[in-house]
Write a protein that binds this ligand. Structure first.
Ligand SMILES: Cc1cc2nc3c(=O)[nH]c(=O)nc-3n(C[C@H](O)[C@H](O)[C@H](O)COP(=O)(O)O)c2cc1C
Length: 185
């Protein structure tokens, strides 16, 4: 099973991307987690481009469609989701009836240097993903004062966050299993 990991931050030392790298390290057996790096290439959503979308959008739709589930990590910019991440979701939400996010199991985590751990951004992101047609799984994982929670190699120092992340991944992976298998399990 493949879970795609999408960070809402393009910053090279991003705590959110580090969180996703940690998620990849503790993936449950049989689950491969792959970081997706196409966010910065996307043009701003323009419905006029839908007849012949640029290659970057084709890639987004191809990669997100191929994933069994998607784990998003979002920073909080001015109290909400970064514009680039919202833009990617807008592209992934169209064409509506065949949108790659339709029924896709997704989960959300988030880190910020503030004291609330990008909680508003995560709440908004869950709402946006739900409206876009995705199947949103689990609650938020707010990593506040992110600079205190990672070592110099980007490893999580906080065992509690580590365990929350592990549980989150297990829940997301189980939601991504086709329904008949889930019943049998
Ligand atoms: C434009 C901008 C707006 C921000 N607004 C918020 C905010 O509303 N709440 C918050 O907790 N942190 C805010 N921050 C701080 C980010 O949480 C912090 O830069 C964080 O490290 C970004 O995530 P990253 O490490 O994954 O890049 C803001 C940062 C930027 C650059």
């Amino acid at each position: 099973m493949k879970i795609l990991a999408v960070s809402g931050s393009l910053r090279s030392d991003s705590y959110n991307t580090q969180l996703l790298r940690e998620a990849a390290r503790l993936a449950p057996a049989g689950v491969e987690i792959e970081l997706w790096d196409g966010l910065g290439e996307l043009p701003i959503y323009d419905q006029d481009l839908e007849d012949d979308v640029p290659e970057s959008v084709r890639r987004l739709r191809r990669d997100w469609a191929a994933a069994d589930a998607i784990l998003f990590a979002t920073p909080e910019y001015n109290g909400s989701v970064p514009g680039g991440l919202k833009n990617a979701i807008d592209w992934a939400s169209r064409p509506k009836l065949e949108a790659v996010l339709r029924n896709k199991p997704v989960a959300v985590v988030g880190a910020s240097t503030g004291q609330f751990g990008a909680l508003w951004a995560q709440q908004d992101l869950k709402r946006i993903l739900g409206i876009a047609g995705a199947r949103v799984v689990g609650t938020e994982i707010p990593v506040s004062r992110a600079e205190e929670h990672f070592d110099a190699e980007g490893r999580l120092l906080d065992g509690e966050i580590f365990e929350q992340l592990r549980l989150h991944l297990t829940t997301l992976a189980s939601e991504a299993v086709p329904a008949p298998d889930r019943v049998a399990a």
